[in-house]
Design a protein around this ligand. Structure first.
Ligand code: FAD
Length: 495
């Protein structure tokens, strides 16, 4: 017998949400393995200046656990972390947590119908595994030549060292993605000079942010139905912007939006026309996840902030040299250069996942187009679920994804229990049918337009778009509750 019925890997929002779903389904024999010393995932690791949600906090919470206390419309990161910690207490997950336990390998044992997980603390066996390792699994290795020679301080967005001084120093930040958009305005106030190295500009929209008045917070606490209505409206709005508008793409609407941003918003924010032109993306809105900020673009009006668009040639001991031969001195180098995604084969070269009949997840991702069933399971990996699998990201906010996926997992586990099955695997034809349908739905999306220069993580190394689930969240919820259970093959091992 395996040690546990279910092992969940990762204790971020996904792992905690899955743990809650298991408890609510009456499944108590599970552990959540977390490589770090604390829970919270993204919100534990990312503590850089300015960190906060880039969708309204009302949309960034579970439907069953609304928080009336968000201090701002776009809450700061530490509040999200406290929210996740609070969930672990409220839903009594602490006894299920095993912190400081990294899963370095997952092997399916065909004979015993169980998973053998090699962890930093020894082997753990489980009948079922739920992978909740997140979308952004680890920072991308930085491949700028000379970086090891730099004699100043190096800061990384995903593991910010708050003891490194910034006040009055010259800083260089590489990257202008979502994290950099939050960091740059915050640190520009403190540094003597800041060079911002931009390879690809990002579409920035105004941020409708404000402090939430105490009276409104009290109203949320007293009138949960009202808060639920606000949560739904905010969630629907995010879904419209991030999913509907790109999947059911109408070029005329996108063009109008781009014009509005470029000719109105960017124009009122950035004084210098040359700098402004460099900050406006040349790819279509939606090709890459846009961001919101009322401070980022304005920062480039400061005399002590420079936008550098010449490619970096190398890091030198005292700064950076660009391809045009200019030396840019720096005391602090900040790397905001993105993450390896859960669809990157390298993630699973480092932590192999070996399924049935020689299935190797790294090999599969490297050589074949990504596929899944409902974004949750893959043929070749029996008893194995992914909180965020190919074509899995639904609805625009992470909590919708977690609630939908967890419902799917719990349904399969329930059916396995009912049938006394010890191995459950999605049928290849079901996965092929579903994946084909998702790819087809992406046919009319924004991604088939002006995306070539976007360098968007929505595209994988095959040129496919396995990040987004191109359906509505309502459709996904309905599918999780009603997909044919016979799309899975159930087997029973007799002792
Ligand atoms: C800086 C930043 C800001 C973001 N802001 C937003 C936002 O505003 N809105 C939004 O919708 N999304 C945002 N996201 C996306 C965000 O990642 C998700 O919203 C959500 O937090 C993901 O939760 P998760 O639990 O799936 O993954 P994570 O938060 O990444 O948690 C995964 C956990 O698994 C653990 N883990 C990984 N591998 C192993 C292993 N092998 N063994 C054991 N443990 C392991 C990790 O340590 C981590 O604790 C942001 C992401 C980043 C990086």
């Amino acid at each position: 017998m395996p040690e546990h019925e279910v092992v969940v890997i990762g204790a971020g929002i996904s792992g905690i949400g899955m743990g809650i779903a298991l408890r609510r389904a009456g499944i108590e024999d599970f552990v959540i393995l977390e490589r770090a010393a604390a829970i919270g995932g993204t919100w534990r690791d990312n503590t850089y200046p300015g960190i906060g949600v880039d969708v309204p906090a009302q949309a960034y919470q579970f439907s069953y656990a609304p928080n009336p206390g968000w201090s701002r419309v776009f809450a700061p990161g530490h509040e999200v972390r406290s929210y996740v910690e609070g969930l672990a207490d409220r839903f009594r997950l602490r006894p299920h947590l095993r912190l400081g336990t990294e899963v370095v390998r997952r092997d399916w044992d065909e004979e015993l119908h169980l998973w053998r997980l090699t962890t930093s603390g020894g082997e753990i066996t489980a009948r079922f595994v739920v992978s909740a390792i997140g979308a952004f699994v680890e920072p991308k290795p930085v491949d700028i030549p000379g970086i090891e020679d730099f004699r100043g301080d190096v800061l990384r967005s995903a593991s910010w060292d708050h003891t490194v001084p910034l006040d009055g120093r010259r800083a260089a930040i590489v990257g202008t993605g979502a994290s950099a958009v939050q960091i740059i305005p915050e640190i520009a106030r403190r540094t003597a000079h800041l060079d911002v190295y931009q390879r690809t500009p990002i579409w920035i929209a105004p941020k409708p942010d404000a402090a939430v008045p105490a009276a409104l917070r009290r109203l949320y606490a007293r009138a949960p139905r009202f808060q639920e209505a606000v949560r739904r409206a905010a969630t629907r709005g995010v879904e419209y912007l991030l999913i509907d508008s790109v999947v059911r793409h109408r070029p005329a609407v996108t063009a109008r939006l781009e014009r509005l941003l470029r000719d109105t918003w960017y124009r009122t924010q950035v004084r210098d026309p040359e700098t402004r032109a460099k900050l406006v993306p040349d790819y279509g809105f939606g090709c890459k996840r846009p961001s919101v900020s009322n401070a980022y673009l304005r920062t480039f009006n400061r005399p002590d902030v420079a936008l550098v668009t010449d490619p970096i040639e190398r890091v030198t001991p005292t700064g950076l040299r660009t391809k045009d031969g200019t030396e840019h001195p720096a005391d602090v180098l900040i790397l905001a250069t993105g993450f390896r995604l859960a669809s990157d084969p390298e993630v699973f070269r480092r932590t192999p996942v070996r399924g049935r009949d020689g299935f190797d997840l790294a090999e599969r991702y490297a050589t074949e187009r990504l596929a899944s069933y409902e974004g949750v399971t893959q043929p070749g990996l029996p008893n194995h679920f992914m909180m965020f699998g190919p074509y899995g990201w639904v609805g625009g906010t992470w909590h919708q994804l977690v609630e939908t996926t967890a419902a799917h997992v719990v349904r399969v586990l329930g059916e396995a229990r009912r049938r006394g099955a010890t191995a459950v695997e999605v049928r290849p034809e079901a996965a092929a049918r579903w994946t084909g349908e998702m790819r087809g739905r992406l046919g009319g999306s924004v991604f088939h337009g002006r995306c070539a220069t976007a360098r968007s993580y929505y595209f994988d190394h095959h040129g496919d778009l396995p990040y987004l689930r191109p359906t509505s969240s309502a459709q996904a919820r309905e599918a999780a509750a009603s997909f044919p259970l016979d799309d899975y093959l159930y087997e029973t091992r007799h002792a």
